[in-house]
Each structure stands twice: as structure tokens, then as C-alpha cells.
Design a protein around this ligand. Sequence first.
Ligand code: AMP
Length: 626
Amino acid sequence: MIEQIATHQEFLVAPEWLKAQATLQDLAGAHARSLADPDGFWGEWAQRLAWFTPWEKVLEWNYPDHRWFVGGRTNITLNALDRHADGANRNKLALIWIGEDGSERKLTYYELRQTVSRLASGLRSLGVTCGDRVVLYLPLTVEGVASMLACARLGAIHSVVYAGMGVGALRDRIVDAGAHVVIAGDVGFRRGKVVDLRSIVEQAIEGLPLRHVLWLQRGPQRPLRPHDVDFATLLAQSKPDVDPVPVDAEHPLYILYTSGSTGKPKGVVHVHGGYMVGTSYHLRHTYDVKDNDVFWATSDIGWVVGHSYIVYAPLVEGITSVLREGAPDWPDPGIFWKCVEQYGVNVLFTAPTAVRMFMKYGARFVEPYDLRTLRLVAVAGEPLNPEAMRWAHKHLTGEGQHGFIADNWWQTELGGPTIATPIVAAARPGAAGLPLPGVEAAVVDENGAAVPRGKGGLLVLKRPFPHMMRTIWGSHSRYEQYWNEIPHCYAAGDVASWDEQGYISVLGRSDDVLNVAGHRIGTADVESALITHPSVAESAVIGVPDPLKGEAIKAFVVLRIGVEASDAQRSSIVEHVRHELGPIATPSQVTFTEKLPKTRSGKIVRRLLKAQELGQNPGDLSTLEE
Ligand code: AMP
């Protein structure tokens, strides 16, 4: 349904029957209560979950540090596995894994708990203990999910590196996390091809002091070296005898690296207690997932959406979670809808870039399938342009008759949806939505003063919530920077505007971070990779609009003296970045230039390159050297 309201803005609204059955009925009431009484609000939700020791205090807020469920002891896998495997959900499907070739694996809660417990026992035999860091470089597989859970069960801290990142990115993360054990896949499967992961891992770990590499081998068997262990053998040799290790509610669950505006990636740390409470609250209230639903988040375990909404929140809530390895348009562009029909998916969580891709292929790939089970299509990761939203409304939810499209905004640092459009709220195309319960958001200027409605400013959060990051691994001062940039606010690094009704539109990043197909890529990461190519003297990277990916990477490169600019040189540079960072961070354009615009203090002014590229006014140039 499309409604025009008094402001002549267009809104999409959910059908009345869907609104009537939504778990979150009173958004304004829940929001007001969560801010007036956070202890009561979050404490009540936390009580539904299992704890070894109850907490003494819900929140301890010493700006900018926050601790939740203080004194409580739990383990997220006690909630994600044992609570169900020993209860009524014992024989319910926990995971449905789908391979690109249509093969599938289904695991009940009991089976998943046994697998995880076995693997935890195997990891323990390799010397992994509470607090150790384990890096995972695994494709989207049952074993990938089980590895995350097995680490968590032991109180070890997993750090999943997306199995598409390059050699340099993987190596940096293993070193920064101080991991001594890596769990890696030998191959991945994408677009009908076998992707070699083993050689990337082997180059990345060269010379590092690792104790073991546990290999998930799905490709041709290769001889194992002394510190190598075969995943299947370890599993077969281990007993399912590891119970969840009780940990403090604030004990780190995982480190997930994300790009910042400096070259070094930031290891965002999430913890067991608050994270399970907050992400599960939003699974039920924002994504409106019900007990018997089939929930499919189309992300990957390499990203935060995969952590929160393929793995942890659905399992904590005893829901059936779908995961599919491979490309969204392979073997044909209708494969998503075929899966939705086949498995009766009720709630789908995907990305705007995927919606735009489906729009490009056209409705004829959707039409053959019955999508009436689909109540909600939630999208996040980048701005959802109104055209894509209307297309999804028309073709994925039958003009809104059987479902609703909802944008939601969040970040790796935030762990779960923050600004969103729950079913009971009307969706405003172009806007992410309203602040969710627990969230006090504002759009402000650089001094923290609220900007007038309709004007652009910086998106900030004025208080923490339970599933928000606690620190940056190894650098608490980098965590503090988020809260110091604007007084007493968490600065998200995004530019946004809010309207009279309080809807927030997130327009893009305020820093030097790009958003390519929903993935955050620091210009600094790409520039650091470029500079390690032997022909490159200097480089600057900007994002340029791309109809499918949102933004594409354009690199300006100054070659070393004596190096000839040529197409071969360009290909070699692009290939080098791909090798270091992986395909997602590969520049789509490389322009050779004699000089880069710089300030007198020597900083490259990417803003000027971007303005030139887009034919815009470059603004104040008074600090420029040339
Ligand atoms: P990541 O931490 O990789 O999930 O990236 C988070 C960033 O993606 C945010 O800071 C935004 O710039 C962007 N983003 C995520 N969701 C949305 C959304 N719904 N609308 C606009 N931008 C978004």
C-alpha cells in the first residue's frame, strides 16, 4: 500500500493483518520506556535467557565505557544451543545450509550442539582455552558456524575474516588479534567455480608463530604439514563432552575487523552477555521473527550481519536459520526466490545492492515463484534508494499485500539494528527509519548542537545499548575516539538528516570510508595496498557512484620515476590490490596522474578529486598547496 500523507511524502505501510500480529506494537511506548528505565527494559528481556550466575546490576555507564549485566555469568552457547538441545526445540531445525549446486544440509538443535561440543573438545586438545584468539577464514558453511560456536563455548574469542579477503588483509588480522590457531577452508565455491583459499592462507601465515592450522578440506586432498590438522579427522576423534564454559557477561565473544579512516583495520569487540540480549531483542521486535519462522539472512559469517543474524540471534531464539553459500545470481538470477519458495522463508534480510541487482535482471526471474510466505524483507548495509524499495515492494511482497519492506541502519560497532522501520511504522522511501528502543539518536553539527529538521548533519548516539561494542582490540583509545569527536556522543561517522516526523535518512560516510556493495572499505586500506606495488609512488582513492554497487573504487596513482604508464601497468596494479585485499576492495578504475592535490601540511585532499570527478564545487581550497 502506498499512502500520501499531509506533507505529500510517500510512505509504504504494512497490511493491517501484518501490523496486528507484529510483536512490537507500541514503538513509541517501548522507545520511551527503554530510555526512561533502561535497567527495567533490558533486564526484563535478559531474564528470558539462561545465566550461570544472575547479574547484580544491568548497566554501569562510566562515559565512554559501558558494562551490562554486571556480575552475571553466562555463555552465549548455553543460550544458542543447550537451552534448545535440552528442551522443547531439541529436534527442531537450527540450520539449513544450501550449496550453490543445490545440495543441502540440515541440522537440528541437538545435532548442532553435539557437533559444536565435539569441535570444542577438539580445539581444546589443540590447546585452545578461554580468552585465546582463533582466526577463522572459512566459507559460509555449517563448519564455519560450528567453529564460531565452538570457540564461544570455550570462552575463546573468534575473529572471522571474510573468506574473500586477500593475503595482506588476512595476515594483518591474524597478527593484530594475536591468534595462534587458524581455522581455514581449502576451497570455496562461487559461480560454479572452485575458489582456491589454501594458497591465500599459506601466503598470509608465512613466518607467523602459529601453533596449528585446522583445515576444512572440501577440495583435492593435499599433504598436511606438521602444524596442520584435518577438520573432519579432529571432529571424528573428539567426544561431544564440552559444556559451555561460564564466562563473565562482559567476556569478549568475538573480534570483527572493520575499516576506519586510518590504514590499520579496527578490531571491534563484542561480548557474550549484552550482545545476546540486544541482538535477540531485535530479532523478535525489529525483524518480527516468530517461533516457527524460517529466517534467512543472506549475508556471510565474515560480516557483522552474519554474526548477529545468521548465527547468534536466531540460535539464541531457537529459530531455523538459512545460510546459502555462493553468488546470489548463480546458477540463475531466480535462485533466491526459488529458495524462498522451497524452504518457506518468512523473513529475509538482504542488502540494497542485491535488490538493485534483482531489479536489473527484472521481475521475470521472480514471477515463477510463490513468495507468499515472505512477511518481511529487511535490508541494511547502505542507503536503499526509493526506486529499489518500490521495486521490492511491488515484486517481492505482492504490492505489499503479503509483506513489508523495511530499511535498517547499523554498523559493525553497533551489533544490531539501530535506526529502522519496524512493521508498525510506515516506511519512508529514502529514510532508514526511526530510532529503535534503546537508541537515543540525533543529527548534530560538529559541536554537538542539533541541526534543524530537514538539514544534514552528523549522526550520533547519545547513550550505549547492550549489544554495542566495548572496545577496539588492543587500542582502547581508538574506541574512545568514537565518543570524543563530539562531546558526550558516539559519532557514527555517517552524514544524515532527520525530518519533522523523526525519520532519519543516512546519506553516506563523513570520513574517508567507502561503501562498496554494502561493504565498508577504508580509502586508507586501498591506498596502503597500492603503495606496496613496486611501480606506485603515491596514490589517492575515492568512491564514485555506481548504479549496482552504490559506490565503486577509483584510484589516482602517481607512478615512480621511470615507470611507463600503460594498460599492463594498470592491470598489474589492480591485480596487486586484489591479491592483498581481495576482490571486494579491487579498484574498478585506475587513473595515472603526475601529482595529487595536497594541503600545505601534505594531506591528500580526496574531496577535491571527488568534486572534480563528479563535476561539483570543491568548496574551500585555501589550505591547498597547489
Ligand atoms: P558495516 O560496519 O560494514 O556494517 O558498515 C556500516 C556503514 O554502512 C554505516 O556506517 C553506513 O555508512 C552504512 N549503512 C549501513 N546500513 C545503512 C542503511 N540502512 N542506510 C544507509 N547506510 C547504511
